[in-house]
Structure formats: C-alpha cells, structure tokens
Design a protein around this ligand. Sequence first.
Ligand SMILES: Cc1cc2nc3c(=O)[nH]c(=O)nc-3n(C[C@H](O)[C@H](O)[C@H](O)COP(=O)(O)OP(=O)(O)OC[C@H]3O[C@@H](n4cnc5c(N)ncnc54)[C@H](O)[C@@H]3O)c2cc1C
Length: 496
Amino acid sequence: MALDITAARGAMTGARYIESLRDGREVWMDGKRIDDVPSHPAFSGMVNELARIYDLQHSSEFQDTMTFVSPESGNRCSMSWLIPRSADDLKKKRRNSEVWTSQSWGQLGRAPDVLAPYIISLYRSRGKLSSVKHPQCDFGENVGNYHRYCMENDLFLTHALGDPQVDRSEQPQNEQRARREEDLALHVVEETSEGIIITGGKQLATAAPISNETYVSLSATFTQRSDPKFVLAFSIPTNSSGMKILCREPVSIWNGSYGHPLGVSYDEQDCMLFFENVLVPWDRVFMLYDSEPLRRDFAAGINFTEWGNLCRIHERMKVMTTVATMIAESIGVLDYREVSAKIGEMVMYTEIWLHAMDGVEHGAHMEDSGVMALGSMTGMNIYFTQISARMVQILREVAGSGLIMQPSENDLASPELRPYLDRYLRGKGVDAEYKSRLYRLAHDLAVSSSGMRQEVYEYWHGGDPNRNRINLLRGFNQDATRSRIEDLISRPLPHG
Ligand SMILES: Cc1cc2nc3c(=O)[nH]c(=O)nc-3n(C[C@H](O)[C@H](O)[C@H](O)COP(=O)(O)OP(=O)(O)OC[C@H]3O[C@@H](n4cnc5c(N)ncnc54)[C@H](O)[C@@H]3O)c2cc1C
C-alpha cells in the first residue's frame, strides 16, 4: 500500500530520531561531505536538543499535552500532527506548541510543530487539489495519505519554496524568464510510470540536514509561473538519490561550556538544495502543472499557518524582554526613565502579540473541509518582521558595551585573572560569573552570528515583507469606509 503505516510507531523518541538521520543523506559543508550528521559538531547540539524534546512526548509530565491516541492505529501520535476538528483541539495544539517553543526559547523557526501545519494546510485544501486531474494519481488523496504517514511516524519535515537567487530582474510569471531559468528553477524533466523526474535548485530550506522528509512547493510569488513544468509540489525522503544539501557556515561551533547557549543548541542550519534527476513517486506528488488550488489558498492568507509560529514568536519576545530587564538590573540602570521606558516598549509589543493570538483563537471557525481553522492572522507576520528588529535594537541600547566585552569561561577559571574580573567585571549585586553568562546570552540574541542569523530569519521567513504588505492591501476590504467617505464629501457640511 502507498505510504504504508503498518510498522509505524507513533510519536518520535529521541533515540529513534537520532538514528533516523543515519540514512546516507548527502549533506555538504565547507567543501566536505558529512559522514554522520548526528555526531558532527555543527549539528550535534541541535540534534540532541530536538531528541530531548521528542523524549518529552513520552514523559509523564508532557505526554497528554504533546500526544494523542490515533483512532486508526492506536499509536500515541504527536499533537503537532493532529487535524483539529473542534475549538478544543485548537487549544490542545496551542498548548503543544507552547511546550515546543518554551523548551527551545523561541529560537526554532522550523521546529516539528511549525512544519507539520504545512501538510495540515494542504490537507485542508485537498478537495481543491483533487480538482486538478492527472491520470496517474489523485493529488488530494495523496495529501491525505501523506499526512497519515507523517503523523503515524512523527516525521520531521523541512520545506523549500523559492528559486535560486540568480536573477530576479523579471517576474516569475514572465515566459522569457521561465525559458532562461530552465536549468535553475526546479522543474519536471519527464514523467515515468513510477513518478516524475525533477531537476533544479531550491533556495532555501532550513533544517534540511536534520529532517526526515523534504517538502517542496512554491511560495506565493512562484505560484504565478507561466510555464507549467515549473509548477509542482511534493515531498520526498531527505536521503532521496540525486538530492544534495549544501549547508551554510554553522553558528553552533563553540567549545566553551557556557557562552553561546542559543547558538550551540539551536542552530537549525539553512541550506541550498540541488536536485539532479530525482524521482518523486506518484503517491508523493501533491500539485502538478496547475497552481490554481494553492493560489486561491495564498489569497486567503494560508501561508502563516497555525499555532507553531505564533507561539514561538511570543516566546522569543518574552525571552528578549526578560533578558533586557535582567541586564538592566545587573548594571543598575533599570530605574532610569529612558531605560525602563524602552523595556516597557518591549513589553507593549509582547502584550499586543498575546492579545492578537487570543483574537486569532477567538476567530476560530469550522471550514467546509471539516477542519477547524484559526481565525484571521493577516498582518501578524509582517508586524513581527518590523518589531523584531526594534526589540533587538532596544536590547543593544540597554546593554551597552558589555554586550561585546565579557570574559570567557577560561578567563574566569584563571587564578591570575580572576581577582581582576571579580573587581572590574562584576555588576550591581551580581558576581562576574553571573554577569558574563547573562551578557553572553544577550550577545547570542543581539550580536553573535547566531543572533544575527536569527534576525535575518525573522525578517525573511514569511516571504518578502513588501510583497506581503502589497497582498495585504489588495485583500483588505475597504468598501464600507470608502462609501461613507464618498458620502461625506458628496454634499455640503450640515453646519457650514
Ligand atoms: C534564515 C532564513 C531561513 C529561511 N528558511 C526558509 C525555509 O526553510 N524554506 C523556504 O522555503 N524559504 C526559506 N527562506 C527563504 C525566504 O522565504 C526568502 O528569503 C524570501 O522569500 C525572500 O526571497 P529571497 O531571499 O530569494 O529574496 P529576493 O526575492 O531575491 O529579494 C531580494 C530583494 O529584491 C527585491 N525583489 C525581488 N524580487 C522582486 C520583484 N519581483 N519586484 C520588486 N522587488 C523584488 C526584494 O524586495 C528584496 O529587496 C529563508 C530565508 C532566510 C533568510
């Protein structure tokens, strides 16, 4: 049977996850192919951290929050994969995402609970996907089977939507561009009885080397293509033959025992994907040659789906605000008007985000697909691209030069240096050890290569913010206000 689940074991364990990455995948970093992903220093911190959180799914403390029993198999499955059928299901999914995001300090933009909703979103659209006919398969049915397969095996997905950033001088729907990009953008080379053969590149896919499956589709921009061979969505195992993963320079390699707590444990990696005549079996194809179903869903704001990202952003805001407060306390500046007003600004953003999340929950509704969906969240991702940078800036302004000048753990351990550190690098009522570790956490949020990568991520991860703002304007219904304004200006003022 397609995507068989008879051997599936439900919610992932840490050990099973680590083992699943030893499957011959082709991962490249700094000119070398990586033999063993889980033990490589660029990945081990992240992999072990995910393994730790996967194990929480089986702990007495979190099992009921993070898992549910599959009616079909009896397996305990991850709540990330639950298809919500009621408002209560949505609340359960929110609590699950709160666990994932608080455990990872709001640093994981592409955690398992963020990626599963991409497939749940497709599941919601399966009727529309089925309306595009192909003799080899039913796309909507494929999505249903694939969701079940991922849920029963608790698979961790990466996703890749954009074209390589080679030449953006023409719009994706332009015929001429399509011709010129034939060798660059991912496209169908041929159909066989087994599936489609694809070639091309994707920029980019976060968490690709540490994922089980690679979900490939098109962003709102790239669904507009004119040449059908570039229109495709599918998911394949990350070790598929012919697929190369190229990693960026890691931000996780640090030998100290303290110092970069976020970079070391939460470097998700960001990668280019190169596909060379890769076979995608028919039961893994979700869209082909016609993007109309996805285009309609993008117009309805589908691309910022579910709780994972909203909860993560809230956690990140709370962490940045509290770190800023602790830093200000540690050097005795919290009570200065300007400093507390700036941190108050961070609180304001954090509170507004929570109110917006509650509003999204309040707007939950049952869809024709039988899936309970969260209310509208248009605008939230764009709002965060703006205020994330502002919050990082405030943290820098509050922390001063200590953000850069802190002793290392080896400095602290040196008997010769330590008296100087205790005297000149202590804080107000806190010793040099506490202060330097706290400051280096702030450094990881606002200065280090890990912090900077995260900031770039926050800006781009929802797609081009300018394109999103334009789409927001285009979809914003102004009719009622417009007609009132037209009425107002159509006649003399009553008391003129
Ligand atoms: C850290 C990080 C992680 C990411 N993770 C993922 C992931 O896991 N999966 C995934 O699919 N994607 C991921 N992305 C990609 C992200 O979705 C893209 O960065 C985003 O969609 C913008 O595309 P681009 O980077 O190709 O920029 P470009 O589209 O090349 O934009 C560059 C500049 O050109 C302008 N521009 C481009 N085209 C036009 C146009 N037609 N008209 C006017 N101006 C234009 C843009 O506004 C921008 O100023 C990630 C990005 C980052 C930075």
